[in-house]
Design a protein around this ligand. Structure first.
Ligand SMILES: Nc1ncnc2c1ncn2[C@@H]1O[C@H](COP(=O)(O)OP(=O)(O)OP(=O)(O)O)[C@@H](O)[C@H]1O
Ligand SMILES: [Mg+2]
Length: 574
């Protein structure tokens, strides 16, 4: 069995670990550091740079650098780097390629298998895109593991003899997760998970930025939001300020020549106290309470029965977090794990369990829950889009549940079973997982025939769905692999048609691509030496149109774009 590493692919930072010789070991990157900033960019030579090098060019060339890509996973949005749009999957793949490279270097072997962690509150699309990013980076993703579960595994390995209820509180750069686990006899059982995948340290930085921008506008009448360079510096300083206030009582934010007033450079000079800061972010801290309430009520474990609170994620270094938890739950959080390493350590432990290196019979068996409700679309009280839940969220996996449904009109012989994941009462507002037909229902009066739908979700992430006509026993089934995906990344280009430029990198795979290769290369060569923004855009647009036509194998369209492009290039070469 080849080596499997554990990767914590974070919003702000990324870490990798390996379990070997009986211990978890953090893997060093090419700079001999454990923590890699989750940043990717294109440098002056057009080469991709990742991690610290990408981070260090952020202030000078923000347009060539992408950060916090994880926040865009599953949204369908594209991110512009060096004037070209990239999907979050492509950019995450660049990061993971780097991890793969440094892990291979560190371990002295070609690393090609990984367990990657994601927030428990990631939906199926976000999980699938994370797997797609791994695949693009040449990694076989053996398992997607919930981050708080990973953190608990890292704690559990060292405390296997304990019997307790553990609450994992993970406030990272972009996401917030809270999970309640029960540990007894070496079995770690996830009872419930909840969170907010749009809440993290980034929002604390933004709160500081907003306050500074407001103050600056009041004083100088200039809105810094319109100044890109100023905004990048401001973000950098805001994060510095936030971190300093975790240990200091006050911090002076000083940015010289941040803008010009009447042709004269003006500075931004504001001193923020910890108290000011805590008042600013009070609403953000308050947003952590609802997910805590959800895990307590879903798990049926009251606050006074929690034995340990484990803090994970860089943002838990803010003293107000521990204070807030203590006030809210009446218990002091523990400092039992390293908040930066715990998640990747847990991913490495999971990898070792999967590789058979850690023997599950010696403890550390883990059960998990499904973080989102699973069900089907049906008709209910005149609503055709009713989401009927079959497996509720936070139910322990493996689980199998059956619900009975009835035909809805006279003579109905066929039903379309649409499967969704989510919490919205309207099915179509949730994430679609798949659909199938069941036919051969005896024609009968409305509601006279019944159909049993069974959902079975196993530990390997397979969701099996069976629909059965009760009167005849005829059935149909579908299996959805919630862990792995067989097809290409789920990227619908149609959805983004209004966006001027989408990268149609698949054009090369098309059977008609050879006919157009020369003109595309020629255009790319010309692009390299052009300075005029408008012409560059015109060529890029035509290139995108051409590549799209090639992808669709529409030769008539492709020929038109080729002619147009050739004409334009000739006029430039004159
Ligand atoms: N001393 C500190 N005080 C306050 N915040 C800090 C401190 N150190 C790091 N942070 C913040 O922690 C966040 C990064 O934490 P972490 O690396 O755990 O997140 P992540 O794993 O990348 O994100 P996520 O888990 O949300 O995907 C950043 O917002 C950073 O500013
Ligand atoms: Mg994290």
């Amino acid at each position: 069995m080849s080596t499997i590493i554990g990767i914590d692919l974070g919003t702000s930072t990324t870490e990798a670990a390996i379990y070997r010789n009986g211990v978890v070991e953090m893997i060093l990157n090419l700079d001999q550091e454990i923590i890699t900033p989750s940043a990717v960019g294109v440098d002056d030579n057009g080469e991709w740079v990742v991690g610290k090098r990408a981070m260090s060019q952020l202030i000078l060339s923000p347009q060539n650098t992408a950060i916090e890509v994880k926040r865009k996973i599953g949204t369908g949005d594209f991110i512009s780097v060096g004037g070209r749009p990239y999907s979050p999957v492509e950019l995450s793949a660049k990061l993971l390629s780097y991890v793969r490279k440094y892990a291979s270097d560190y371990l002295g072997e070609d690393v090609s298998h990984a367990v990657i962690s994601v927030p428990a509150y990631f939906n199926e699309k976000q999980r699938q895109e994370t797997i797609a990013a791994g695949t693009q980076a040449g990694l076989t993703v053996e398992r997607i593991l919930n981050e708080p579960t990973a953190a608990a595994l890292s704690y559990g390995l060292a405390h296997m003899e304990e019997e307790s209820h553990i609450l994992v509180y993970d406030l990272g750069g972009g996401t917030f997760d809270v999970t309640l686990l029960e540990m007894f006899g070496g079995i770690l059982e996830v009872k419930a998970s909840a969170g907010d995948n749009q809440l993290g340290g980034k929002d604390f930085d933004e709160a500081i930025m907003n306050s500074l921008i407001k103050g600056f506008e009041k004083k100088h009448g200039i809105n810094l939001r319109n100044l890109r360079q100023a905004m990048v510096k401001l973000k950098d300083e805001a994060e510095r300020c936030k971190k300093a206030l975790s240990t200091e009582d006050s911090y002076r934010v000083l940015i010289p020549a941040i803008a010009k007033v009447g042709g004269q450079p003006v500075e931004l000079d504001v001193t923020l106290t910890r108290k000011d800061f805590e008042a600013l972010v009070k609403p953000l801290v308050a947003r952590t309470h609802k997910p805590i309430d959800v895990v307590l009520s879903d798990s049926g474990i009251t606050a006074n029965r929690i034995d340990k609170i484990i803090l994970v994620g860089g943002s838990t270094r803010m003293p107000m977090i521990a204070a807030d938890i203590e006030a809210y739950l009446g218990k002091t959080p523990d400092v039992a794990v390293n908040p930066d390493y715990a998640v990747s350590e847990g991913a490495a432990i999971q990898a070792a369990i999967m590789a058979g290196i850690i023997d599950p019979s010696e403890g550390l068996i883990m059960t998990d829950v499904n973080s989102y409700s699973l069900g089907v679309r049906c008709l209910n009280d005149g609503n055709y889009d009713y989401f009927s839940v079959i497996i509720p969220r936070n139910v322990t996996i493996p689980v199998s549940k059956t619900e009975r449904y009835y035909t809805s009109y006279y003579g109905q012989t066929r039903v379309n079973i649409e499967i969704y994941q989510g919490e919205n009462p309207n099915a179509s507002r949730n994430h679609p997982l798949g659909e199938f037909f069941l036919d051969g229902i005896p024609a009968n009066k409305a509601t006279a025939e019944s159909i049993d739908i069974t959902f079975s979700y196993n530990m390997n992430g397979m969701l099996d769905i069976t629909a059965k006509v009760v009167s005849t026993g005829k059935d149909a089934t579908i299996s959805i692999n919630m862990q792995k995906q067989d097809e290409a990344p789920i990227l619908s280009y149609e959805e983004d048609e209004e966006e001027a430029s989408v990268s149609y990198d698949d054009w090369k795979e098309s059977p008609i691509s050879d006919a157009y290769r020369a003109i595309i290369r020629r255009a790319e060569r010309v692009l390299k030496r052009l300075k005029d923004e408008d012409t560059i855009e015109e060529i890029n647009d035509l290139l995108d149109d051409l590549k799209e036509a090639i992808c669709k194998e529409d030769e008539a369209d492709a020929d038109d774009y080729e002619d147009e492009l050739a004409g334009l290039l000739e006029s430039l070469e004159d």
